[in-house]
Design a protein around this ligand. Structure first.
Ligand code: TXA
Ligand code: MG
Length: 320
């Protein structure tokens, strides 16, 4: 059931979450399927609804840095990032404190916890519950992340009973995930907070974890965010029966013959493009097309997160 954000509905969602149930809630990035991060039953229900491999740990959402400090140890560089960017699209992977109460299903047994303080009504609900909420994107595992309440229902169907409708997500791609190790700042997942902002605040160059490193986000599966249709990237010339996901003012050759065409941002604005990404991929994902052809998108600002999601959407399937 899709419910508008009213005091009454917020109270109803809180009652369901307190009883160990689930609710899909809006954040500034994407909709999350939320449950009590200290409850094994709630977290197991999240995995079941998503059809997600259990080795993939979840983000614990908190309503303040004070709340985060109850569960994790915060080093000085992570603290700087929290001061600068919370609440917002930034997740930090931090050492879990002993007897934290976070259920091991949330962390997939890791000694670390990914924490983030989201914006808006989600945070208000956490504050009133006074317990962290585990929340992956509210979609079946491996498919496109939802940025509207309708997209949540379309993906999860009757696997979710409550969806709080906060309108379209303002950022549109998932949070940036960072892990500080000593003097090094690792970018585990590019996302809604551009890497350049993080480098400015930490004064450190962002490091990419290498494929073997334990520091990698275990959920970064190659095939992810995948529509049903094939996806072709860096397209400068359209082929037969393709739908075109365009960007900027310059069109790929043969665009007139596109089965459908949507432009992420005609003016080349990266924020606008990120906000439209998942809903446009979804809209172009039609059974009558040969592929979704995507024009080249620059890597500046949010372009890194956009290209990351597109590469996963285009990756060979069947890895999840
Ligand atoms: O914007 C977002 O982050 C959204 C909204 C709902 O907040 N959530 C989201 O969650 O994208 P999810 O579950 O789709 O992605 C969580 C990512 C996965 O790649 C997972 O592997 C990584 O976080 N992660 C979680 N705990 C980790 C840990 N302890 N160490 C390394 N990576 C971790
Ligand atoms: Mg996801």
């Amino acid at each position: 059931m899709i419910l508008p954000v009213t005091e009454r509905n917020i109270a109803r969602v809180i009652a369901v979450l307190r009883a160990g149930g689930l609710a899909a809630l809006p954040t500034e990035t994407v909709y999350g399927l939320a449950g009590d991060a200290t409850s094994g039953a709630a977290v197991a229900a999240i995995f079941a609804a998503k059809g997600r491999p259990q080795f993939n740990p979840l983000i614990a959402h908190v309503s303040s840095q004070g709340m985060a400090a109850r569960y994790v140890d915060i080093d000085p560089l992570s603290q700087k990032l929290i001061d600068a960017f919370w609440p917002g699209p930034l997740t930090l992977v931090l050492p879990l404190r002993e007897s934290s109460g976070i259920h091991p299903l949330t962390t997939a047994g890791l000694p670390t916890l990914a924490v983030r303080n989201p914006q808006g009504v989600f945070s208000e609900i956490i504050a009133r519950l006074d317990v962290p909420l585990a929340a992956p994107s509210a979609n079946r595992s491996g498919s496109i992340s939802p940025t509207t309440a309708a997209a949540v229902v379309e993906s999860l169907q009757d696997r979710v009973s409550l969806v709080l409708d906060g309108g379209a997500c303002s950022v549109g791609v998932e949070s940036t995930i960072i892990k500080v190790e000593g003097d090094k700042v690792f970018l585990l997942r590019p996302g809604g907070l551009p890497g350049a902002d993080i480098e400015r605040v930490t004064g450190r160059k962002l490091q990419k974890p290498d494929a073997q490193a334990a520091v990698q986000a275990p959920g970064m599966l190659k095939s992810h965010y995948a529509p049903n249709a094939a996806v072709r990237l860096e397209v400068t010339e359209l082929r037969a029966r393709e739908a075109l996901l365009a960007f900027g003012a310059q069109r790929a050759k043969g665009y007139e013959n596109a089965v459908a065409l949507l432009n992420l941002s005609p003016t080349g604005n990266m924020e606008e493009a990120a906000g439209n990404l998942f809903s446009y991929l979804h809209a172009l994902d039609r059974p009558d097309i040969a592929a979704i052809a995507v024009e080249p998108i620059p890597y500046t600002g949010l372009g890194e997160a956009i290209n990351d999601r597109l590469q996963r959407a285009a990756a060979p399937r069947g890895l999840e």
